[in-house]
Design a protein around this ligand. Structure first.
Ligand code: GLV
Ligand code: MN
Ligand code: MN
Length: 424
């Protein structure tokens, strides 16, 4: 990285990141799950930081924490920058928080450098980007895009609480969700750590994201028969967990086939399983598996789901059980980065002497939902060893500051109208 004297305060951004990371379950660093007391503690800290930076804060009906900096020409629309402050269980210190705090740093830096924008600027901490205990991701950004449905609001989580009630608890208002939907966003920019190894391996400062993979999540229900683990002879069993294991292996083979077909990026994972009754001396009577599949191209996803539906019932039957249901939990289409915003980020990176490359994102992001209603783009910064969604996740202070500086440069260009946003 050649750039020095970046127009943002690297040390201040870093100290914010480390301070927010301290708000974690001490027994499970780094954990700040959405809707929990720790999440609200993190939010209270963020709100204070937003206010210290002169931003006017509010929580919208979708539960998003918003800090607003008015522009000189009301009516020009709003430039929104941000990401999310919730984490996966035992996650890292940068996924999401880097984007929220880089956005805050950009707002502070604009003030300190005396930049008055024509556009209003908003820094957003989107609610519950990670799949929460309610089984839904991107609750806040879906609300902003107008796609948080009644069905999603009715999803039940821990203790029988519904998403709608959880939303109320964090300051949102499910009865006035229409107020969260936005039509004033001129541009959305999100900085995020790459969460993969490409930038580090290729020694490139920044990734400009052209496509974000679509994500489809399916729940597979495997039914067997619960019986005594000591007395039921092996040939008489209908073990749902054995069938689930065969399904996992067959699904991996199918995913390998799909990813080898050169139809763009494709991965599929089973990372969640619920076994009933889940006891050492009882043969599993039923198992629910959650499949998380990601494809750069929609057609690839459609092929994958069709093959899964075709093949997996046989796999279950060959292993003495029945695949009784395949339920779609969520189905998000791939998203494209706005060409003009990607160019603005590229030009800003060039002006700072930063190297960059175009890339696709295999991870989901709030930007996907913003892209449905406004021009949106993302800038990725390197992360060590490509590790993410784990406590080892790491990014260097200078790399994050470089990404924030590129975002700042792009915002100035967008504000001047130098980056044509392609939708007006
Ligand atoms: C978000 O972190 C995702 O699951 O891609
Ligand atoms: Mn994540
Ligand atoms: Mn994230």
């Amino acid at each position: 990285m050649k750039a020095s004297n970046l127009p943002v305060d690297e040390a201040r951004l870093w100290s914010d990141l480390m301070a927010l990371a301290e708000i974690t379950d001490p027994n499970k660093p780094y954990t700040r799950r959405s809707f929990t007391p720790l999440f609200l503690e993190g939010r209270a800290w963020l709100k204070q930081r937003f206010e210290n930076a002169g931003l006017a804060t509010r929580i919208d009906a979708g539960g998003n924490l918003i800090g607003r900096r008015p522009g000189a020409k009301p009516g020009n629309g709003t430039i929104v920058i941000g990401s999310h402050s919730d984490t996966v269980p035992s996650g890292g210190r940068f996924d999401g928080t880097a984007g929220v705090l880089a956005a805050l740093e950009v707002a502070r830096s604009l003030d300190e450098r005396g930049h008055v924008l024509d556009h209003d600027l908003e820094v957003i901490d989107c609610l519950a980007e990670e799949v929460s205990a309610f089984g839904i991701s991107c609750v806040g950004s879906r609300a902003i895009a107008g796609s948080l449905t009644d069905e999603m609001l009715a999803h039940v989580g821990p203790g029988g609480e519904q998403v709608a009630d959880a939303l109320r608890r964090v300051g949102g208002d499910p009865d006035r969700l229409a107020q969260a939907k936005r039509s004033d966003i001129a541009a959305y920019l999100e900085l995020h750590i790459e969460q993969g190894p490409v930038l580090e391996t290729e020694i490139v400062d920044l990734g400009i994201v052209e496509t974000i993979a679509g994500i489809t999540r399916l729940e597979l229900t495997v039914a067997g028969r619960a019986d005594h683990a000591g007395t039921t002879p092996m040939h008489l069993r209908r073990d749902a967990l054995v069938a689930a294991a065969a399904i996992m292996s067959a699904l991996r083979d199918l995913a390998l086939e799909m990813s080898d077909r050169s139809e763009g990026y494709f991965v599929a994972t089973i990372g969640e399983m619920h076994v009933e009754p889940n006891a050492a001396n009882v043969i599993a009577g039923s198992v629910r598996l959650i499949v998380d599949a990601r494809a750069e191209r929609r057609l690839t996803m459609e092929h994958f789901v069709a093959r899964l539906r075709e093949r997996m019932p046989d796999v279950a039957a060959q292993n003495g059980a029945e695949l009784t249901a395949i339920t779609t939990l969520s189905d998000v289409l791939p998203a494209q980065g706005d060409a003009a915003l990607c160019n603005a980020l590229t030009e800003a990176a060039d002006a700072l002497g930063l190297t960059h490359r175009r890339m696709a994102s295999g991870a989901g992001h709030d930007a996907v939902h913003f892209s449905r209603i406004a021009p949106a783009a993302m800038v990725f910064t390197p992360c060590r060893g490509g590790r993410s969604h784990c406590p080892e996740e790491w990014a260097e202070p200078g790399e994050l500051a470089a990404g924030a500086a590129a975002m700042l440069g792009a915002i100035l260009a967008i504000d001047r109208g130098a980056a044509k946003n392609g939708r007006d």
